[in-house]
Design a protein around this ligand. Structure first.
Ligand code: AMP
Ligand code: FE
Ligand code: FE
Ligand code: ZN
Length: 285
């Protein structure tokens, strides 16, 4: 059994539409794949409709959140949610707020770049996003089209880096509220790539314990951005806090190098996760 519980389609910042993503997952030899676009469930209908035979598909999403340390600025954290009711009103409203937040923030980044002479335009970016939830990868691709950078990675290393003067933060959900919303909608909240220092500041063990106390059910341990040491540390925390351990690729199509199935989840852990989800069921044969 090969199980990959974190992937993005063109409904957010991946490059394959949901049908193509699932076909690629099957071709890559996966048995189970979760669709976890940023702050949206807009890909669920197409994923259910175009699910290849033999592939189990787990409906999910990745919520943009923040942890508020007592003595430091907020830390950006990502919360995976699985098997929740997409129509739960408060949760649906929070996802909509985050999508609006993303739009206004990306527009500010693009306008600041344009004001300094970079040949990027907001209407051009919106057209290329094709209705997908906008993120910095869309700005990166606009910079590639404009010939400013050679590739997405180069854009993230410079102009779009979280320390760049063009970086704009967004008012993401307090992660404890995010956990509460996923649970209220019958879903399973899992802390995504929690120690991936290459993405910026990360939280300490006390934050993860507080999230567990707030209802967190799992930790994404095996992730391409985690070192062996970080994985071992998270595995220990998951054991101490009795959390499900997941592994995933965080595939984004050609926006990132990571192939589908780059990291995977143990079948027993997957069964624990499915048993905890009551707001939706996996789509399977
Ligand atoms: P945002 O959510 O708009 O702040 O953008 C974060 C997204 O950018 C992540 O979900 C990744 O898809 C992408 N990303 C972050 N760092 C990199 C990188 N170094 N190379 C390519 N994509 C990245
Ligand atoms: Fe992303
Ligand atoms: Fe993420
Ligand atoms: Zn992701």
């Amino acid at each position: 059994m090969r199980i990959d519980l974190h992937t993005h389609s063109s409904v957010s910042d991946g490059t394959d539409d949901p049908a193509a993503l699932l076909a690629a997952a099957r071709a890559a030899g996966l048995d189970v794949v979760a669709l976890t676009d940023h702050d949206t469930t807009a890909g669920w209908a197409a994923a259910e409709e175009h699910r290849p035979a033999g592939l189990t598909v787990v409906p999910g999403m990745e919520l943009s959140c923040r942890w508020f340390p007592l003595d430091q600025p907020p830390v950006s954290v990502h919360l995976l949610g699985y098997l929740f009711d997409p129509l739960h009103p408060a949760f649906a409203a929070e996802r909509a707020r985050l999508r609006d937040e993303r739009l206004s923030r990306a527009e500010r980044i693009v306008q600041a770049l344009a004001a300094d002479g970079y040949p990027v335009s907001w209407p051009e970016l919106v057209e290329h996003a094709g209705g997908g939830v906008v993120g910095r990868p869309h700005v990166a691709r606009a910079l590639v089209r404009a010939g400013v950078v050679a590739g997405v990675e180069q854009a993230f290393a410079g102009l779009l880096h979280h320390r760049s003067p063009y970086y704009v933060s967004k008012a993401d959900t307090d992660v404890r509220q995010g956990i509460a919303l996923v649970r209220a909608a019958g879903g399973v909240p899992v802390f995504a790539h929690g120690l991936a220092t290459k993405r910026g500041r990360v939280v300490g063990d006390e934050a993860i314990a507080a999230m567990a106390a707030a209802g967190l059910l799992g930790l994404e341990v095996d992730h391409p951005d985690h070192t062996a040491k970080q994985r071992a540390h998270l595995r220990g925390l998951a054991a101490d806090l009795d959390l499900v351990v997941t592994g995933s690729s965080d595939h984004h199509g050609t926006n990132k190098q990571t192939p589908l199935g780059a990291c995977t989840t143990d079948p027993e852990q997957f069964e624990r996760l499915v048993a905890a989800g009551t707001g939706a069921a996996p789509w399977r044969d």
